[in-house]
Design a protein around this ligand. Structure first.
Ligand code: TXA
Ligand code: MG
Length: 329
């Protein structure tokens, strides 16, 4: 495939390549090339204290970047790779420090998207790739989302269609005594515990919820934000939603994101599936649509509590927490 050949040439030459994965699009560089990795931070406008995920074909290829494979990591890779699960493991010392932001660990993931897999096979090097968005902006789940943010900053974008999962991978730290979820995603805590037993969870503010977790750099900064200020209402709460919309409409364009049958009048009304898998798949597209429709605010129906919704709930919390203090890093 010509696109894969071109991408291999780009990666080998130290250039950046946007690749589709099953979660979100990634902004990739050869993970073993320190100069190329630095270019990722420049293109994203991302501070270098935020570590990158390294993509590999499988656990054998991961040996190029990790120093050890604890039994829990092996078990999780067997259960969930290729797929939307990132394992944080002890790093090899020769790995460019820019990837890990100076940490002694590195996040590795074997993606399941056929294009990502073909590229990893053909390139023969691990690919460092954060989500292919500008820092603090919503991650891309379609090639068009990438182009609107990074068009002039990348050498090549491979269009692999819409991403099937739609939110970033679950990140679990298996480098210490207690496996700890650093970022919830579509692989749920229950699914992880079914394989390795008790797992701790770090909350969105970086506050430990379980025993002895470490903070994750990606959890303390502000992320995933559309330009619109988000207001949450209970699902199906018609009166509350109408009242909130009326108040907001006086000062600008307002969107409404529903997953119930309630579809009120707004500048843009989006209906997302009522199940967590379908909702995750559609969420970032909806947030990008709010931006494209120049919404100043959006009213979003709260999603249910519970393990299956944790990844989506986490992204909504972060998308909504980026306003109010003038901090739009
Ligand atoms: O689904 C995904 O994971 C996507 C696709 C492209 O694979 N990638 C992605 O990368 O979301 P990024 O760079 O946007 O998010 C990386 C996050 C960091 O913010 C941090 O939370 C966590 O992964 N992470 C990576 N390495 C880590 C480490 N050594 N220790 C702790 N957390 C780490
Ligand atoms: Mg990201």
């Amino acid at each position: 495939m010509q696109e894969i050949d071109d991408a291999v040439t780009a990666l080998r030459g130290g250039h950046l390549c946007v690749l589709p994965t099953e979660t979100v699009y990634g902004l990739g560089a050869n993970a073993l090339d320190a100069g190329a990795v630095r270019r990722i931070y420049d293109a994203k406008g991302r501070p270098s204290f935020n570590p990158l995920i390294v993509h590999v074909s499988d656990m054998t290829a991961a040996q190029q970047v990790i120093a050890a494979v604890p039994p829990a990591a092996q078990a999780l890779a067997e259960a969930f790779w290729p797929g939307p699960l990132t394992l944080v493991l002890p790093r090899r010392p020769e790995l460019p420090t820019a990837i890990t932001a100076g940490l002694e660990t590195v996040g590795v993931r074997a993606p399941s998207h056929p294009v990502a897999r073909a590229l990893l096979e053909a390139a023969g090097v691990p690919i460092a790739a954060p989500s292919a968005n500008r820092y603090t902006r919503v991650s891309p789940t379609r090639a068009e989302h990438v182009l609107s943010q990074l068009r002039d900053r990348v050498d090549l974008v491979i269009d692999g269609g819409p991403c099937a999962v739609g939110i970033e991978s679950t990140v679990i730290d298996v480098s210490g005594a207690t496996p700890t979820i650093l970022r919830p995603g579509s692989v749920s805590r229950a699914a992880l515990e079914a394989v390795i037993g008790p797992v701790a969870l770090v909350s969105a503010g970086g506050t430990p919820l379980g025993d002895a977790p470490r903070p994750s750099p990606g959890l303390v900064d502000r992320h995933y934000a559309p330009n619109a200020r988000l207001h949450f209402v209970a699902a199906g709460a018609v009166d509350e939603a109408e009242r909130t919309l009326r108040a907001l409409r006086t000062s600008g364009r307002v969107g409404f994101v529903s997953h119930s049958a309630h579809m009120p009048e707004a500048h843009l009304t989006l209906r997302l599936p009522a199940d967590p898998v379908g909702y995750a798949q559609a969420l970032y597209d909806a947030l990008h649509a709010l931006d494209e429709a120049h919404c100043d605010a959006a009213v979003i129906e709260r999603v249910p509590d519970g393990d299956a919704w944790e990844g989506v709930a986490d992204r909504l919390r972060r998308a909504g927490s980026s306003h109010g203090n003038g901090d739009r890093r």
